[in-house]
Design a protein around this ligand. Sequence first.
Ligand SMILES: [Zn+2]
Length: 572
Amino acid sequence: MKDSFSEDKYLEIYGARVHNLKNIDLKIPRNQLVVITGLSGSGKSSLAFDTIYAEGQRRYMESFSAYARQFIGSMERPDVDKIKGLSPVISIEQKSVNRNPRSTVGTITEIYDFFRLLYARASDAYSYKTGEKMVRYSEEQISKLILEQYFGKKINVLAPVVRARKGHYRELFEQIRQSGYLRVRVDGELREISFGMQLDRYKTHDIEIVIDRIEVNDKSTTRLAQTIQTALKQGKGLLQVLDQDTNELRYFSRLLMCPTTGLSYDEPEPNTFSFNSPYGACPKCNGLGEIAEVDLKKIIPDNSKNIRKGGLAPIGEYKNNWIFNQLEAIGIKYGFTLNTPLAEIPDEAIDVILYGANQSFDVKKEYLGVMTTYTLNFEGIINFIEAQNNENASPAIRRWAGSFMNHVACPQCEGTRLKKEARHFKIDEKNIAEVAALDIRELANWVETLPKKLSEKQMLIGKEVLREIEKRITFLLDVGIEYLNLNRPANTLSGGESQRIRLATQIGSQLTGVLYILDEPSIGLHQRDNHRLIQSLKQLRDIGNSVIVVEHDKDTILAADHVVDIGPGASG
Ligand SMILES: [Zn+2]
């Protein structure tokens, strides 16, 4: 790259003829804010994007190895005699729209990624069963707690090995017996392990090993410590204490755990909060926050129509095929024909048409004195459409299925895209989904209050991350998009909004020696916001970059260090 880009004071262009440019020569100062202006059709964009940017891209590609270039191909040289003093070019255009449904304002600005880090390090976990704050103890703490709470009492120390799972567990009992344990607790009942013991394999069971029966007192402290260590090992970090007199059960865990129910979570990691990772994504919508649901009105748009005339929209008018034969058979069973208006078909039959028949059933049809048996094995029109709308289907089939569906917020995660566990880690009573739903202004205010609310320990581990978040939020406020939130899907942003987000991201990246080109960033902006935008452009310049803006807005022209007016004649 060093060879293709220079440290000159000017960007010099000779003989530019792309599109309507009339062989123009230009000298543009570098490291300044430059506006290229001119009437529409004068070739502003042809100069900025199709000449300067295109040549920058081409030189960038040339800098790749020959091996890499054979995969990316080579770019055509724009119609220009010579360009001197070109830096690496980044264009921030309005048209570049991100179509990935998994991209949000939070992910493209990386602010959400920093919040994931903050939540992994500095949040508190709450039980989704009881809402209680989860606890996590060291082995010494567990010993101390048991000594305090059960002093003078007889207890069973249990190690849970099976929780709410089906199976007969014959091998497990044998293994426990061979390890030297005599008793287990099965589904809440203490039992001695007998030879060949097994359970009902079709029922779900809870099984705990009775590690020790012990009276808690001064003499038993060493034994208790040993028991706790063994129980935590067998229970993979979790143990239970059963009070022999009251039968009351309590949980103690080295892992995050609900003290009442024993529900435990894995230690949080940044992935726990990512809707683009299986560790964090809602399993129902796979982290998209919405699901496609068949719309009944689109299946039966007009119930005065009959099936023969196309009353069931997805299958259209009558054809002599399997599906219409099946519908005819359903009609024979429920007493309607393909000529009956859908409104007059009994609800029970409509149910079979839409959702299918669970079992196949026989329908006898008397035709010309002969009895015919039909076997119905109909999956139902709604089920069929849902089955077509999967990631393996061809785009055409998915489009077809999609035309009978609506996108609705996912009922399981309520549109938050995240797993239940992920939504129960909180900072200042907010989970990460609630934070992502705040608009940028509210978010800035909330983040500002955090240093006062977080504990000293949380601040110690979260300080750096918070600083990164604050910096990036400030850039977003500077470009005037405080009304957006982090959760907003990138594919619903306007061209101007995504341009401003990219601008903010570029300022945040602190690259220097780059030539940025923007097309008409003032479009759709209130004058006040445009002034802030101009400040952002100057910020980009002050870091040590050249900024070229294609624009006809007066304020922007006034604010520029240098104006190139290529006028209507485009003669330079
Ligand atoms: Zn969901």
